[in-house]
Write a protein that binds this ligand. Structure first.
Ligand code: XMP
Length: 521
């Protein structure tokens, strides 16, 4: 996370800065602010008051954090931030910090409060809480407690263990809440954000999907000018939305390259072509390389060898397609805001190779166009919908670069791919029919390299089993196997055996990550 990185995509927008003191909640705070239609960015606590002033924010939010303001090396905000005249909201640790730095008192000897807590308003609850019920549920997670609000600031709410559960002073533009308004268990949390943003900061709440798209289009036009850009389409959400946005901005100056490996989900390749070439009229180089991939995979059974073969051929095919697309100086990428936060906000303006999308040639140099750099995944999906992309693309689950190649154990053949595509389609369709698709991170079928005896009618069969894999996850780093209702599993199993030739048994994978991985190879 950079203290000062500005985002060209949002320059000029009203911005609220969320200073991240290390709680897992900072991203959630930034998203809640955006839900109130105010643009927000996360910045490091190392940011100075001068750097903040240079960003001209409409408000500042100091997040919670795991530390105590009483420890010797407590990370605190530059105290000159209080002289900027910008409204400040402290949340949990952030509120304690304001109290500590502005003449209040934070006590380290109490018993703390964790989880759902009942809070009572003092008087009318002030700007942040006015209009909400006199007693209400909030989510607490703190050991230290503010016992005296900052000098000249009034307490506006309390709980049994927190004498000062909220405080504010309009003149000093200081606001604090001990509870976590960003968490859904805080019943009136979004109200607190809206009052802070609109009443205290005077934000207009005009950061809408339309304004995001208009700003991005203007920025892309300015950046690319009359040069050409290329974009590798993977079939995934991010590259699809990035391509649609850039196409809206520069039309035929964009060429999309789609490498069809033959290892995608059922109908996915057709859908990419249908959507981009036929509906959107995008210039598309469609490299139909299925046969080349099957040839390259002949006789290969070892997972890493398969990945390598697929990755290397992908690069070669991409290079060929790129040559067909003509000279381009710009490469479009679907980098998202969480990637930017994770990489510390470092912005490489040019790139030599790109390893996220299955690898691109190492020896080409592009300037990057990253129109989604300031957006969270759910915002990207909204932009995609707004641009007219179909739900099948916008709601698509993550899919590995090597595709079905790592879901077929043993040698990959066209026949096995056809079997797996049909089984995989049924798994996802039944989940969608049950209304569960959006609750699941990834759901798919795996084809192991074994055979199994069964009986169908009066006949003995010797066919293939299919394994269903479905996981819930936040970020793919850890995952839990999804507790899919038995009736849904039954529908999947029945349909796979009846509709997919050669399959006579279905199993469900109940392994979490760790110790398993999401994929089988
Ligand atoms: P694992 O199987 O390691 O997967 O738990 C974690 C996430 O990464 C995806 N995945 C890949 N994505 N290229 C990709 O672009 C790959 O080689 C690859 N392998 C796994 C996987 O689908 C899951 O979302």
């Amino acid at each position: 996370m950079s203290a000062v990185a500005t985002n060209p995509q949002t320059e000029g927008a009203e911005t609220v800065l969320v200073v991240d003191f290390g709680a897992q909640y900072a991203q959630l705070i930034a998203r809640r602010v955006r839900e109130a239609k105010v643009y927000s960015e996360i910045v490091s606590p190392a940011i100075t008051a001068e750097e903040i002033a240079a960003r001209n924010p409409t408000g500042i939010i100091l997040s919670g954090g795991p530390a105590s303001v009483h420890v010797e090396d407590a990370v605190l905000i530059d105290p000159e931030v209080y002289d900027l005249g910008v409204p400040i909201l402290g949340i949990c640790y952030g509120a304690q910090m304001i109290a500590q730095q502005r003449g209040g008192l934070v006590d380290h000897s109490g018993r703390g409060e964790y989880g759902r807590t009942t809070m009572s308003l003092d008087a009318d609850g002030g700007c942040l809480l006015g209009g909400t019920p006199a007693t209400q549920q909030v989510w607490m997670s703190h050991f230290d407690a503010i016992v005296e609000p900052p000098k000249g600031v009034t307490a506006t709410a309390s709980t049994s263990a927190a004498a000062v559960a909220a405080f504010e002073d309009r003149d000093q533009k200081l606001y604090g809440v001990q509870f976590h308004p960003e968490v859904m268990h805080t019943t009136h949390g979004q109200h607190v954000f809206e009052r802070f943003l609109i009443d205290a900061c005077g934000s207009s709440g005009s950061w809408t999907m339309d304004s995001i798209i208009d700003t991005a289009v203007a920025q892309i036009r300015q950046q690319v000018g009359d040069e050409s850009a290329i974009c590798g389409l993977s079939g995934g959400v991010d590259s699809a939305v990035a391509a649609a946005l850039v196409h809206k901005a520069i039309g035929d100056q964009l060429t999309c390259v789609f490498v069809d490996t033959g290892l995608m989900r059922l109908n996915e390749g057709d859908q990419v072509v249908e959507t981009f070439e036929r509906s959107f009229g995008v210039r598309l180089v469609h490299a139909q390389a299925q046969d080349r991939f099957f040839e390259a995979l002949e006789g290969i059974t070892e997972p890493e060898a398969k990945r390598k073969a697929i990755g290397e051929l992908f690069i070669r095919v991409f290079e060929g397609a790129q040559a067909q697309a003509g000279e381009a100086r710009f490469l479009v990428q679907g980098t998202l805001y969480p990637d930017v936060i994770e990489s510390g906000g470092k912005h490489a303006s040019t790139i030599k190779s790109h390893h996220n999308v299955g690898g691109l040639p190492d020896d080409i140099e592009f300037s990057l166009v990253e129109p989604l750099r300031s957006l969270f995944k759910d915002e990207v999906r909204q932009v995609g919908r707004e641009l007219g992309l179909p739900d099948e693309i916008v709601e698509r689950q993550p899919f590995p670069g090597p595709g079905l190649g790592v879901r077929i154990i043993g040698e990959v053949t066209p026949g096995k791919v056809a079997t797996l595509q049909q089984a995989d389609f049924i798994v996802r369709e039944e989940l969608r029919n049950a209304g569960l698709e959006r609750l699941i991170w990834q759901s798919f079928a795996v084809l192991p390299d074994i055979r199994t005896v069964g009986v169908m009618g009066d006949e003995r069969t010797y066919g293939h089993p299919v394994i269903i894999r479905a996981v819930t996850s936040e970020d793919a780093m850890t995952a839990d196997w999804a507790r899919i209702p038995h009736e849904v599993l039954e529908a999947m199993s029945g349909r796979i055996i009846n509709e997919v030739p050669g399959v006579n048994r279905v199993a469900y994978d109940i392994t979490s990550k760790p110790p398993g991985t999401i994929e089988w190879e």
